[in-house]
Design a protein around this ligand. Sequence first.
Ligand SMILES: NC(=O)C1=CN([C@@H]2O[C@H](COP(=O)(O)OP(=O)(O)OC[C@H]3O[C@@H](n4cnc5c(N)ncnc54)[C@H](OP(=O)(O)O)[C@@H]3O)[C@@H](O)[C@H]2O)[C@@H](O)CC1
Ligand SMILES: Nc1ncnc2c1ncn2[C@@H]1O[C@H](COP(=O)(O)OP(=O)(O)OP(=O)(O)O)[C@@H](O)[C@H]1O
Ligand SMILES: [Mg+2]
Length: 364
Amino acid sequence: MAVAPGWLAAQACQRVLKRAFSLHKAHSIKDMENTFQLVKNIIPPLTSKKHKGQAGRIGIVGGCQEYTGAPYFAAISALKVGADLSHVFCTREAAPVIKSYSPELIVHPVLIMPWMAFKYWKLDVYVGVLKDEPVSGRRQGDLSAGDSPDAVHEVEKWLPRLHALVVGPGLGREDALLKNVEGILEASKARAIPVVIDADGLWLIAQQPTLIQGYRKAVLTPNHVEFLRLLEAVLTDPVDSSDRRGAGLRLSQALGNVTVVQKGEQDVISDGEQVLECNLQGSNRRCGGQGDLLSGFLGVMVQWALHAGPEKMNGFSPPLVAAFGACSLTRQCSHQAFQKYGRSTTTSDMIPEIGPAFSRLFET
Ligand SMILES: NC(=O)C1=CN([C@@H]2O[C@H](COP(=O)(O)OP(=O)(O)OC[C@H]3O[C@@H](n4cnc5c(N)ncnc54)[C@H](OP(=O)(O)O)[C@@H]3O)[C@@H](O)[C@H]2O)[C@@H](O)CC1
Ligand SMILES: Nc1ncnc2c1ncn2[C@@H]1O[C@H](COP(=O)(O)OP(=O)(O)OP(=O)(O)O)[C@@H](O)[C@H]1O
Ligand SMILES: [Mg+2]
């Protein structure tokens, strides 16, 4: 018996939806189908009328001596999901390493390391002495704290050309670097640029939640430990963290409706008003770097969703829909890679799956 290709596509779609739906009571298959449709609505069509950059210019702020893989994963996933240009802003040590992974990434060695802050501080004092000028206490204090106006300025120069920033993968937790990031976040907010905050960026937010308080174009992507750290930092009353929906909702509300993506066995996404869950089957491999891929996807999708506008969202906020798309895609890539490589699957194996996974989820 001949089987129509349309029927096969419909069956494949149903199988994906059944895996997505899993056993969660709060969502019917219809709900899940509708949410996938919302993600489909935000995807910009590929046409001959567009020029380079229109599908997305994304910046990743992260990458230090210890961690070069994380910013690479975030930056390459942004390109593979459909962005046209991906920039990495990292430390001087990390730049040649990240460049060597891929010729497709634009790498800016602009973030300052603590020893450089110290060098500049000494230079400043030296110049002050030569000019016979006293170095003010405040200026000395700023620089010894690792402040680097240059690093912020270097990133700021690029901000008018960027559609979204992903802040934190492989950043590290040195005070000098975090100080740079404070300035970069303030500059991004002033320009209303969407920011996805992950990994060590979340460490900074746990120290200073006011940095993103009330900024509705921010999306936080904590893993389990990062989520607990944020809860503790932001909420004064005790919260039952085993109620993941309730805890996510409360954290988002306390942060002024910043979208929070709690990664885990299910991904629980909340903007303080609604909660979406992504249960699409991923894999049982927990190799490092999968969250970095997710943050890169989200950087692109959040700007797609904001650009598509609220009328295409059926009452959901754009960051919520974008987060659902990024979570689904990460899990689908993990599932496909695991089917091929089983126990030996690593995050690098997920990268060639991005195109096929995207088609399977959003183009059928
Ligand atoms: N290839 C690269 O360059 C990569 C670099 N990366 C970069 O590393 C930096 C640090 O980020 P991170 O996420 O590893 O945080 P970190 O504080 O070291 O870990 C905390 C500890 O928490 C635990 N733990 C974690 N998850 C848990 C869970 N679900 N449930 C329960 N426990 C859990 C676990 O503790 P343990 O099991 O040892 O008790 C873990 O050791 C950051 O810049 C990031 O971007 C990564 O992106 C990976 C790829
Ligand atoms: N127990 C689980 N079962 C299935 N999928 C999971 C599970 N835990 C996490 N994931 C998925 O793995 C991806 C990364 O989540 P994870 O919690 O590992 O982030 P992370 O710790 O920040 O990763 P990274 O190593 O990149 O820093 C997400 O897509 C999430 O849905
Ligand atoms: Mg992570």
